[in-house]
Write a protein that binds this ligand. Structure first.
Ligand code: MOS
Length: 721
């Protein structure tokens, strides 16, 4: 740890549980007397409910309750006299979950139907009939750009004294980019199971990326002490960001369960996953760039305009990368949001930067062509070891090495720089590359370590695992610190009662929780030393000059185990250095000139994410991220019919994601150099950089193959022809 020693590739410690069905996801928990909730959703996009007829539904077999705005229990922590059930918004008007007759977006819940079986709840839900007073809605960002406003949290940025350098430099370009609505849609559907004990204590099984965050939300909503809100979420079937909030309809289900004095379970439908749990916001961007003829960047202007909801001001770091990625004296960025009559967006796979990197890294490629330079060389020419935004050195930055390793692996030197010059049978061949970046974040985390008499080590922290293999990485860290065999170490997570940690998001878990695991294991060494014991050769042994082993020492002091709890967070280095993870993506594509079909043929992705703690799960992250990147580049698009304000492809048949046949061999390379300042392991985050930038690598490869610049994702055949 923290040294040049490489970690060994480890199988997932919970792999067997996952593939044999032993791993239980929230919806699989059964409790006696459980009831089932089905959401009825709005057919209009803006307006009010005029009448809502629930009589037939209430009379249907097995129905326990139908809640609408007329009889919904008040959510005490959210309510004030004027706004029952309105969570205090961070911006915009208030959205009340079944708290008023107001409709703010299409698909908004208008009723909860609860019955003794799922089928009976579904049938009864079909009997709820509403009439509406429709108001004019606005769902088209392009028709509402005059409403674009600067969000409080993201001010304009400018450096340099020549604000026009992007226009007046010897070589310039200006281009507009579009990233459509994309949806997370992990395999596991969203929802919650709520079980009350009286009025003051509740247990939930939930799909969440943060058990502590869900605990805080529910404690706030129901005015409970946190310790009276149990949240369980040990296994999560993917999140991609949608599980970073406890959604209003989930809180409403908890309220319904309290009123009914019965456990209630909600599993959202796949259709509801398209508009009730957030999405990547539709975003338009303009990049204007100027360089000298020798390829030195002189000015960049980057403006992004993204949708948000009328009732919340969601923001993300879309233009962040442009501020610091390249040595460029004059940079201006602007970020605007436009409130629309849509559900609120939320962070999604490489949030913000994934959208921004598509624009920036496409423009960089275009500029390289304009100055007749190889795109890799162009990036190296404009490389900087000092973050020009913060004016601080990067804690580590191995981009130059990454460009070199990736180039060699994909065979970049054989690339023909002339677009459309290379064919393979009927197919045009193209190579493209791009850079991705994401903050190497580290939050405060706590870990409890318990060493039992039999030499097993149990580690506990209230973090989550949405799929990357958190437990595996944590076990690996503990193994490397203590030397204990992998099979003797267990990591427990997904329970809000465990020592507190942050949500799994922003690629921060290994850095945050891993540091706490590291610190707890180091502290345990001290506890053992005080007791005359030591970790040696994969076991707990008597220290030099001592003879009693672990069981004897514990017995002598009347203890079952040794335990220690440690909190960990970043120190002053976090302020002194600029900390980022970097990725380089190389893509080789085939484009069919008659059909416009694009196939990704080969991918090489290089990650500069510090020391790799868990090589096997890290490689899986890269493969998963790139697969998401193929979807973003070529397929994913939530299509809204603005006449109705409704998404028309709310199913996985019409909303395309990559299947195995769309995903070629993805070669992953890790620089695997410890970052001296990030954390005790020397690691930096992995999850987001796997996807960030990849769509630009594909777009740049399509240009190399065809001579066409596609600036609007996804790159579908109609845009090629
Ligand atoms: Mo990630 S978008 O931080 O779940």
């Amino acid at each position: 740890m923290g040294t040049d020693k490489k970690s060994e590739p480890l199988n997932r410690v919970d792999g067997r549980a996952k593939v044999t069905g032993k791993a239980k996801y929230f919806a699989e928990f059964e409790v006696p007397g459980v009831t089932y909730c089905v959401l009825v959703t709005s057919a209009i996009t803006r307006g009010t409910i005029n009448t809502i007829n629930t009589k037939d539904a209430e009379r249907a077999p097995g129905v326990l309750a139908v809640f609408t705005h007329l009889n919904m229990p008040v959510i005490p922590g959210w309510a004030n006299p004027a706004n029952p059930n309105a969570k205090p918004p961070s911006g915009g008007e208030k959205y009340q979950i079944l708290g008023s007759n107001k409709i703010l977006f299409n698909g908004q819940p208008i009723a909860l139907v609860i019955a003794d079986t799922l089928e009976r709840a579904q049938y009864a839900a079909s009997l709820v009939k509403a009439t509406y007073n429709k108001a004019t809605h606005q769902t088209d960002l392009l028709k509402n750009t005059e409403k674009a406003a600067m969000p409080g949290r993201f001010g304009d940025y400018s450096r340099g004294d020549n604000k026009e350098a992007h226009k007046t430099a010897p070589v310039t370009l200006e281009a507009d980019y579009t990233v459509p609505v994309e949806v997370h849609n992990p395999m596991e559907l969203a929802g919650i199971l709520a079980i009350w004990e009286g009025e003051d204590k509740v247990t939930v099984y939930a799909k969440t990326q943060g058990v502590k965050a869900t605990q805080r939300t529910l404690a706030g909503a129901f005015k409970l002490e946190e310790k009276n809100v149990s949240v369980h979420s040990e296994f999560v079937g993917g999140g991609f960001g949608m599980g970073l909030r406890t959604w209003p309809q989930e809180v409403a289900v908890v309220a319904a369960a309290r009123q009914l004095k019965k456990p209630v379970k909600l599993v959202m439908t796949r259709e509801q996953m398209f508009n009730l749990v957030g999405h990547r916001p539709y975003t338009i961007q303009r990049i204007s760039m100027g360089a000298n003829k020798d390829g030195q960047l002189q000015g960049i202007y980057h403006e992004a305009t993204a949708e948000t909801a009328s009732y919340d001001d969601f923001t993300e770091g879309t233009v962040a990368m442009t501020r610091f990625m390249y040595a460029c004296p004059n940079v201006t960025t602007k970020y605007r949001i436009v409130p629309l009559d849509r559900g609120v967006p939320i962070w999604m796979r490489g949030p913000g930067e994934a959208t921004g990197a598509f624009a920036l890294e496409s423009a960089i490629d275009e500029m390289a062509h304009k100055v007749n330079m190889d795109p890799v060389e162009f990036r190296v020419k404009n490389f900087t070891l000092t973050d020009p935004e913060k004016n601080k050195p990067f804690s580590s930055n191995n981009l130059k090495k990454a460009y070199q390793l990736g180039s060699e692996k994909i065979g970049w030197s054989k690339r023909n720089a002339t677009p459309g010059a290379v064919k393979d049978g009927e197919w045009l061949v193209g190579y493209g590359m791009s850079t991705g970046v994401f903050g190497a974040h580290r939050g405060e985390s706590t870990c409890r370590a318990q060493l039992n008499a039999d030499g097993t080590l149990v580690l506990q922290s209230a973090t989550s695992d949405i799929g990357p293999g958190t437990s595996t990485a944590m076990v690996q860290i503990a193994h490397e610190v203590t030397g204990l065999p992998i099979k003797q170490i267990r990591f427990e997570l997904g329970d809000a009662a465990l020592p507190p940690s942050g949500s799994q998001g922003g690629s921060a878990t290994v850095s945050s929780v891993g540091s706490a695991v590291y610190d707890a294991c180091m502290a345990l060494k001290g506890v053992l030393a005080d007791a005359g014991l030591t970790f040696e050769d994969g076991a707990v042994k008597p220290a030099a000059g001592k003879s009693a082993g672990l069981p004897q020492v514990l017995a002598a002091s009347n203890k079952q185990f040794f335990e220690i709890t440690k909190s960990s967070k970043g120190g002053p280095e976090q302020q002194k250095y600029s900390m980022y993870s970097f990725s380089i993506h190389f893509a080789e594509v085939r484009v069919h000139p008659l059909t416009g079909v694009v196939r990704v043929k080969r991918v090489v992705t290089v990650a500069d994410s510090g020391r790799i703690v868990s090589p096997k799960t890290a490689a899986s992250q890269m493969i998963g991220g790139v697969t998401g990147g193929i979807g973003m580049a070529l397929m994913e698009e939530g299509v809204i019919d603005h006449r109705f304000g409704r998404m028309v492809n709310k199913n996985l048949g019409d909303y395309h994601v990559p299947v195995s046949a769309d995903v070629p061999h993805i070669e992953t390379i890790f620089i695997d150099e410890p970052d001296p300042y990030s954390n005790p392991m020397g690691s930096k985050g992995m999850g987001e950089i796997a996807l960030i930038g990849f769509s630009a690598a594909v777009a740049n490869a399509v240009y190399n193959a065809t001579g066409k610049r596609i600036r609007e994702l996804p790159i579908t055949p109609d845009k090629i022809l």
